[in-house]
Design a protein around this ligand. Sequence first.
Ligand code: NAD
Length: 333
Amino acid sequence: MKVAVYSTRSYDRSHLQAANASAAHEFHWFEARLSVETASLAHGCAAVCAFVNDRLDAPVLTALANGGVRLIVLRCAGYNHVDLNTAISLGLVVANVPAYSPHAVAEHAVALLLTLNRRTHLAHDRVRRGDFTLDGLQGFDLHGKTAGLVGTGRIGVITGRILQGFGCRVLAYDPVPPAEAIAAGFEFVGLEALLAGADIVSLHCPLVPATRHIINAAALARMKPGALLINTSRGALIDTHAVITALEKDRLGGLGIDVYEHEATLFFEDHSATGIPDAVFARLISLPNVVATAHQGFLTHEALGNIASAVIDSLDAHAAGRLPAFALRRLSP
Ligand code: NAD
């Protein structure tokens, strides 16, 4: 099957090529993000393979469907960027990769937490400059502290277990607490109690209308003074302006993020020659108690291999006239 692969990077290409060992599918690689302007690149392809910051709204989906595309395979778990109901109305099948390695993202959340708490990013810079002083690098023991998980699905539950290994008490908020999270011994509480009781808050819920800006000024005011906030889920869970204010007033102890609400035009590109073209993000990362990575929670060998295998499985299924195992269903209005 002919497949247009958007937002292609070297690691996507190598893993997809390895998974396509039988050469059953013909990949057309595009570094460009999928948008109204680039949708025509997929003309003649039966499938599109897209990533987190590709645009999959009604105009793009219509252009793809008119150009002959019948299948959209996401190289990611989240599908908040897809107008799913429009896609299904247009006769498009959309498949995601729901669980390629929840360990990769959970471990990255903990890496952000450890860096932020023990200031290893600042310490490393100092040591490289020959400055071996320790002032300002003080953290706290995770042992005995309370962590709060907002969302306890695949990634949240692993993050909680890792934090339990550090000796943390784990509070959790999830409207539908999964059995695995209950079995892990997390203490399920309301969101307000979690925010008030946690020294560390880590976000692991999907981005849906109910969770957009779930961390806003009111939520930040409820958090323990000096608490650390970690977000590896989706940027728009956090109101960035409110978080900058809380950091600048020393109300929030620190922020560790792998996602940013306006990351679509920023992440996965090299802006180092021209400077960061987003004044809000530039201000955020100028703060010493902020650690940011550019949506790399998924970036492990295991996760990339699993994503590639799942993409090939979906393409194989569609080519054989079957519905892919991870085909997404219409969302209720
Ligand atoms: P999941 O579907 O297994 O779990 C999500 C959990 O959130 C579910 O238990 C659900 O009940 C809960 N939830 C739903 N609404 C909620 C709300 N209002 N408040 C609290 N909890 C709520 O998802 P997952 O695989 O654990 O992924 C979690 C998030 O991580 C996804 O949103 C995804 O976008 C993001 N993610 C990021 C990366 C990365 O590279 N940074 C990679 C993969 C996934």
